[in-house]
Design a protein around this ligand. Structure first.
Ligand SMILES: NCc1[nH]cc(CCC(=O)O)c1CC(=O)O
Ligand SMILES: [Mg+2]
Length: 334
């Protein structure tokens, strides 16, 4: 130890590698790429676009917008989109029968995407009854309770009509027990053994879904009711691992943690415990926060979005469902 050459400071200076940009790039541990982005898209029955007030900058797309949306996703290099339907309210019923109508909005939309871009773009479909049920719940209700096994039977049928329409990845977001195994079995029996299942395995009962429920028009139907009898409580961490273990055992190809930013610890635990493809969903409320603050000029949109997405990568996510996907792809491509 030579106090003249070192002065009072330690030999290790963490700032040395941060001094210039090329060096910061050189030591970067985590990177976001366009391949990490999954773009959730809302569709409605009609043409043109309708804005979603609680998601400034996101529109529901009509049938005539689907082809150009799909082509844009492909040209940006986004690997997959996730489609969500704003079902006309007159088609919402207690039994959510529209969910298993092979000609429903989501199936027609999937066909349009596949006709336009084929296998250049993966299509993910949500399996759950909330966009179709007059109650706004993800399952069927008997005696004021969302029933499990009867719901799972309908979900399996829903998955089949989506696979028939050309959906590449079935993504059950309903949180019923045992649905992954039943859906896998149904897909295999119907000759859809190549169709993947991305399970919303650790999905929390979250207030961050509010703008999504506005977008698909289920918030009015739900009337403030909670989904806590099937979605996980935010207090749970070990329980998320149990959920993931079950879904993997039942045949899930990949798993999701949702919401995103408040649950980065869960993403990390899932990834390190299971080592399987793990996705994060930066949900509608997270979008709304960042978009609204940016609109006000309180946050720098590009910088906060890219920082939030990199955070998911650092936590261990293999990909992120984000409404910012087209923006992020453009920023990454620059
Ligand atoms: N089961 C439906 C579903 N699929 C995705 C989301 C939320 C996505 C978002 O907020 O962006 C929800 C809402 C809910 O569970 O109430
Ligand atoms: Mg489960």
């Amino acid at each position: 130890m030579n106090p003249l050459s070192r002065g009072p400071f330690p030999a290790t200076r963490m700032r040395r590698v941060r001094r210039v940009e090329w060096s910061r790039r050189m030591v970067a541990e985590h990177r976001l790429s366009t391949n990490d982005l999954i773009w959730p898209v809302f569709v409605f029955d009609g043409n043109g676009r309708t804005p979603i007030p609680s998601m400034p900058g996101v529109d529901r797309l009509g049938g005539d917008q689907i082809e150009s949306m799909a082509e844009m996703a492909v040209s940006l290099g986004i690997p997959a989109i996730a489609l969500f339907p704003a079902t006309p309210s007159e088609l919402k019923t207690e039994d959510a029968a529209e969910a298993i109508n092979p000609g429903n909005l989501i199936c027609r939309s999937v066909r349009k995407v596949k006709e336009a871009v084929g296998d250049s773009l993966g299509v993910i479909c949500d399996v759950a009854l909330d966009p179709y049920s007059s109650t706004g719940h993800d399952g069927l209700i008997r005696d004021n309770y969302v029933v499990n096994d009867e719901t799972v039977e309908v979900l399996a049928k829903q998955a089949i009509v989506q696979a028939e329409a050309g959906c590449d990845i079935i993504a059950p977001s309903d949180m019923m027990d045992g649905r992954i195994g039943v859906i896998r079995d149904a897909l295999d029996r119907a000759n859809f053994s190549h169709v993947q299942i991305m399970s919303y395995a650790a999905k929390y009962a979250s207030a961050f879904y509010g703008p999504f429920r506005d977008a698909v028009g289920s918030s009015g139907n739900l009337g403030g009711a909670s989904k806590s009898t099937y979605q996980q409580a935010p207090s749970q961490s070990d329980e998320a691992l149990h959920e993931v273990a079950l879904d993997l055992a039942e045949g899930a190809d990949s798993v999701m943690v949702k919401p995103g930013m408040p649950y980065l610890d869960i993403i990390q635990r899932v990834k390190t415990t299971f080592g399987v493809p793990t996705f994060a969903y930066q949900v509608s409320g997270e979008y709304a926060m960042l978009a609204a603050a940016s609109e006000q000029g309180w946050l720098d949109r590009e910088r906060v979005v890219m920082e939030s997405l990199l955070g998911f990568k650092r936590a261990g996510a293999d990909g992120i469902l984000t409404y910012f996907a087209p923006d992020a792809a453009k920023w990454l491509g620059q």
